[in-house]
Write a protein of this length. Sequence first.
Length: 325
Amino acid sequence: MPETSTVTVTVPATTANLGPGFDCIGAALSLYNRFQFSRLEPSATEKLKITVTGKEAAKVKTDDSNLAYLAFVKLYGYLNQSPPPVAIHIDMQVPLARGLGSSATAIVGGLVGANELAGKPLSQVEVMQLAIELEGHPDNVVPALLGGCRLAASTLRIEPQRHREHREEDAEGFAWEICDIPWHPNIVPVVAIPDFELSTAEARKVLPADYSKADAIFNAAHLGLLVRALETGNENWLRCALQDKIHQPYRQSLIKGYEAVQQAALNAGAYEMVISGAGPTLLALTDVANAEAVEREMAAAWMEFGVKAEVRAIGLDTQGAQVSL
């Protein structure tokens, strides 16, 4: 296959966890980062050139520690090849450190871009596995790559070879099963993106090392209900299913005005509100009729705490990472 000289990868933002689905469920949203990779001449004095435009562009690293470039290099390393000199242009529309999967877009963008420039030697499943290894968990990178709402489950079972040939295993031996979760068209995500950041590392520090059996059972039941609630749009199921005892009770204190914004969303007709990813973005699920009111009331509630937030109803992305040459 002839070498491609320039490729653009468009990757959707994601919202992960959806309440009880901690580290295993995520959905792609119609908000995008774009990564353009252009081969430089082998004789070029610069082996890497990164430019960034868009929201918060000044915060994005433009040296070899850039996450999209690290992913780019990882794929070539997996192929036992040296990465080519490359110019990368990033158009940022997904805000950083807000719980909308900005790091996942960079990982997926870098891997897919490298795979295209290398002549597509890896399958989508192999690219997905590398993305999970880089991110450390599948909830953001899987929907960013594949689109839609996805549940990822790992298995360490010893199986007959005929069953294993369709799975990919990571370095620790995990095989992943990826399940597409149908999303009812009347369920509208409303994202409230505040003007402050919260790092994933900080959000993970507040979580306990162990959980009670009761909390584990609670989340297992609610995640099972969530899958059916998203598919059917059943309002009562959604209100119940989005509750969680694994991460949200511990992270709420890191998000100023959380309870007031949640109450405002519910009063305006939302089924429930959850933390998007590690936060601080908050995600309300509502129906089409109440979406505008939920937007307005969440923004107003946060303003009472001096927090300016971009609040908008947003669509579900069903395409995942898209490539244009």
